[in-house]
Design a protein around this ligand. Structure first.
Ligand SMILES: Nc1ncnc2c1ncn2[C@@H]1O[C@H](COP(=O)(O)OP(=O)(O)OP(=O)(O)O)[C@@H](O)[C@H]1O
Length: 301
């Protein structure tokens, strides 16, 4: 079942151009879904709609299999979120900040220790938040979002501004939540490299349109399909001919000859043949086709 499903979700701010155009988001229950896109792609707008912070205009939104508008309270009771920087009281301790929320939402005091531990802040609960690093503040914000034991966590760029260590700590925290409590996590980011090691599913949005949606493996498969072996030789014509004779379908680009990725033993054989026929081989390399470049290609096309 999908924890979040949108159907043809569209939105525009008053007087502006469409910001979301027919988004069909499918976030399976129990997954960690990376919602990727460059600045201004429409990520925050989508997340705000899902939380009822913006009023839906067109399309359908189902959370936990239920239509959002008609089941708003029930859905939000099961959802925790971090959208934009939360307002923390910097002159109060972490525990006092949590206590204010606990008082507002009426949770038992023991939840405070539980979420401090979960967020890795167990030993700094009595420290003033003003003395916290940005990473610790982000984790405290997540601790607040976890107070009511949500089944779904919606996070808008929680790693923004964090140093590499802070990013790793955030990743470990989210992984642990997902593993231990089966919390479904929807996390937005504009950098694939930041969430690639965390997510199980990916949606790529640009200019309000979903360009790709699937598992991380689907995206990696796409990467393999697009990968190529590049021959840089002194005689592109002969290289083309030799590759064709070997049943391959080479293409010429910028004086280089490209073929789809093949086994290393095939490349070794072709190299021998090229040398035997007197063709100078300068370089044989794999085409740059990491996940980040697929993301950039999708967004730029
Ligand atoms: N309150 C608003 N009024 C009018 N236009 C807005 C408003 N908020 C966002 N937009 C516009 O909507 C588009 C999508 O913005 P959104 O914040 O959803 O993108 P994003 O993918 O979250 O980007 P970022 O990573 O920069 O936050 C942008 O063109 C933005 O300028």
């Amino acid at each position: 079942m999908y924890c979040i499903e949108t159907k043809q979700l569209s939105f525009k701010y008053s007087g502006g151009a469409p910001v979301l155009q027919g988004i069909d988001l499918q976030v399976p229950e129990g997954c960690i879904y990376g919602f990727l896109g460059p600045n201004g792609a429409g990520k925050t707008t989508t997340l705000r709609l899902l939380l009822g912070l913006l009023k839906k205009q067109e399309g359908a939104m189902l959370l936990f299999g239920k239509e959002f508008e008609r089941n708003r309270i029930e859905i939000l009771q099961k959802t925790g979120s971090l959208i934009e920087a939360p307002s923390l009281y910097s002159h109060l301790t972490a525990r006092e900040n949590l206590d204010i929320m606990r008082y507002l939402y009426d949770f038992p005091p023991k939840r405070i220790d539980a979420v401090l531990d979960l967020a890795g802040l167990g030993n700094v609960g009595s420290k003033t938040v003003g003395k916290f690093s940005l990473g610790m503040k982000q984790r405290l914000s997540i601790a607040i979002a976890l107070l009511h034991q949500p089944e779904l966590l919606i996070l808008d760029e929680p790693t923004n501004g964090l140093d590499p260590n802070g990013i790793i700590e955030m990743r470990e925290l989210l992984k642990a939540l997902n593993k231990e409590y089966k919390t479904t996590i929807l996390i937005s980011s504009h950098l694939l490299s930041e969430i690639e090691k965390l997510v199980t599913h990916i949606g790529i949005i640009n200019k309000g349109q979903l360009l790709f949606q699937g598992t991380l493996e689907d995206l990696q498969r796409k990467q393999k399909q697009g990968a190529s072996t590049i021959f840089h030789t002194g005689d592109a014509g002969s290289t083309m001919r030799i590759l064709q004779e070997n049943g391959l379908q080479p293409v010429l680009a910028d004086g280089m000859v490209l073929i789809p990725l093949v086994d290393r033993s095939v490349i070794a054989g072709i190299n021998q043949q090229l040398v035997a026929e007197g063709v100078v081989v300068f370089e044989i390399s794999s085409g740059r086709n990491d996940l980040e470049s697929i993301f950039i290609d999708l967004v730029n096309n």
